[in-house]
Design a binder for this molecule. Sequence first.
Ligand SMILES: CC(C)(COP(=O)(O)OP(=O)(O)OC[C@H]1O[C@@H](n2cnc3c(N)ncnc32)[C@H](O)[C@@H]1OP(=O)(O)O)[C@@H](O)C(=O)NCCC(=O)NCCS
Length: 418
Amino acid sequence: MDYDFAILDLSDDAEPAVARLRGWVGAVLRGFRDPRPDDELVERGIGHYRTDRVTVRGAWLPDAELGSGPMPVATYASLDKTLNAGRELLPLRMVTDVTTSPAHRRRGLLRRMIEADLADAVEQRIPVAALTASEATIYGRWGFGPATFQHGVEVDTSPGFAFRSFVDPGRVELLEPADAWPHVEAVFTAFHARQRGSVEWPTQYEDMHSGAYDFNGSGSNRRIRTAVHVGDDGRVDGFAIYKHGEKDSVNVEEMAALTTEAQLGLWSFLAGLDRVRTVSFGMFHPQDPLMWALSDLNRVRTTALREFLWLRVLDVPRALAARPWAADGTVVLEVDDPQGHAAGTFEVTSAAGVATVVPSEGAGEVRVTAETLGSLFLGTVPVPQLRRAGRVEGTDEAVRRFAAMTDLDEQPYNLTGF
Ligand SMILES: CC(C)(COP(=O)(O)OP(=O)(O)OC[C@H]1O[C@@H](n2cnc3c(N)ncnc32)[C@H](O)[C@@H]1OP(=O)(O)O)[C@@H](O)C(=O)NCCC(=O)NCCS
C-alpha cells in the first residue's frame, strides 16, 4: 500500500492543515489506548509543540482509500532539547508519540519515520537521540540502548518510622502549585545542569507541575500538592509534587533536591504527614541516602525497577568527549551500527577525566554495537558485566583497560518522561 508521509506545518492555520493536526493528536491518543482528546487537550498540546518546535510526522492513507481523512495511520514526533552528558549539556533529539494503527502494524511505518528522523538529526549535527519505550524489544535495532532506570519505592511511614540522626537544618513549606512553579523550575534547571543523565523538560511540564492542566484527565489538576524545601540559607533547594491516594497513601509525582539536607528534609516532611502510612515514588535516585539514614532500612521497599531513558549515539567523537572518564588510558573502540551513524573505529584517549576521540583505521581492540554503546555512554552498566552478557568483545587486557577508563562511580539519573 502507498502511504502519504508528511511533516505537518504547525504554523499553517488553514482548515485542512488544522484538521490534519487534530487528527494526528487523536491518532496518538488512540495509539496509547487513551480516550479521544477534547478541544482543550488538542489546543494545549499543539501550543506546546509550537513552542518546542516539534517536528510532527505521520503517514496517511492516500485520498482514494477507505478510511482516508485527517487521521493518520502512524504518528511520530521529535524535538531538540539537552542531555546532561556529565561534562556538558549536549544537544539531544527526543523522539516521542510513536504509534502505528493496529490495522497497519509491521509494515515498516515506524522504520521509515525513525530512520528519516535519525538521518535528519545527523544532518543537524545532533550527537545523541533519546526516547522512552513502551516495550524493551523495539528500539535496539535502531541503536538505542537503556541508559537510565526507573526505580520505584514504597516507604512505610507508619509509627516507628525514624531517622537515625537527621535533623533538617532548613524547613518545608506547602505552596499552591502555580505559586511554586517558578521555584520548581529553578530547582529543576539547577538539577539538570549538575545531574548526569538528566533530560531537559519539554514545555508541557509547566502545565503539569503548575496544576494548569492535567494531561491524564481534563481541565486543571486540582489534586497535586507542592512542598518546597528551604535551605538554612533561605533559598529553595528542593521540591516534591505529590497526590494523596487511597488507603492513607501518598504518591510523589516529581521530586528533586539540590542538597542531601533538602532530599532528606523532603522525605522527612512526607513521612511526617498525619494519617499517611505509605509514600511511594516511581523515580527514586540511585544514590538517594534515605535507606541508610533510617533506623530501619527495610522501610524502603523497591516496587519496580525497569529501563527508562534510551539513548542512541549518533556522533561518537562528540558524545564521548562530553562524558567524564575514570582513568587515563587509550583504547581503540570499534562500533558496529546497522544504520551506520556511529559505525567505525575510534581511538579514545582519556587524560584527567577528559577524552579525545579520533577516527582510527583497522580493527578495534574492543567491539560493541551501537545499542550497547547507548548503554555504556552514561556509565549505566559496568563494562565487565556487559562482557559477561556477550555484549563487549575484546581480549581480557583490552576490555580491562576499557573498563578502567569507562566505568563511572555514580549512576546516571533522569526524571524526564516524554
Ligand atoms: C511500536 C509500534 C509503533 C511499531 O510500529 P510498526 O509501524 O508496526 O513498526 P515497523 O513495521 O516499522 O517495525 C519495524 C521493526 O520493528 C519491529 N517491531 C515493531 N514493533 C515491535 C514490538 N512491539 N516488539 C518487537 N519488535 C517490534 C518489527 O518487527 C520490525 O522488525 P524488523 O524490521 O527487524 O523485522 C506499534 O506497534 C504501536 O503503535 N504500538 C503501540 C504504541 C506504542 O507502544 N508506541 C511505542 C511508544 S515508545
